[in-house]
Design a protein around this ligand. Structure first.
Ligand SMILES: [Zn+2]
Length: 114
């Protein structure tokens, strides 16, 4: 049975999106800081604390949320799901654009010359 490879690819991409449903927006940030306590190990400027944050641009503002260390790996992975979702969405949209242009051409309306 002949099949359209573009449609097969689009179907695979669409079906793959469900696996990305736990995605989180924004950027995962890992930074080193001192806590400001004079007698803490970090006071020497060398043994700093690792702090994890999730930075999200929402409603015109950049919001930063602290991420507990035990949740850092999970949050990082969930932010990565969002990147993969955006990549898949871009591929689907490009594929649809290519199909739309070739349908338009087939209907006798030549696409604009670059
Ligand atoms: Zn400290």
């Amino acid at each position: 049975m002949p099949s359209d490879p573009d449609l097969a690819l689009r179907g695979r991409l669409i079906r793959g999106l469900g696996a990305l449903r736990e995605m989180l927006p924004g950027s995962f940030v890992e930074r080193q800081r001192s806590c400001g306590k004079a007698n803490c190990r970090c006071a020497d400027g060398q043994h700093l604390h690792t702090q994890y944050q999730l930075s999200v641009f929402a409603e015109g503002k950049l919001k930063t949320f602290n991420v507990p260390p035990q949740a850092a790996e999970e949050v990082q992975q969930r932010v990565d799901l969002h990147r993969r979702f955006q990549e898949a969405a871009a591929r689907i949209a490009q594929l649809n654009l290519r199909r739309w242009l070739s349908e338009k051409e087939a209907q006798g309306k030549a696409p604009e010359k670059p």
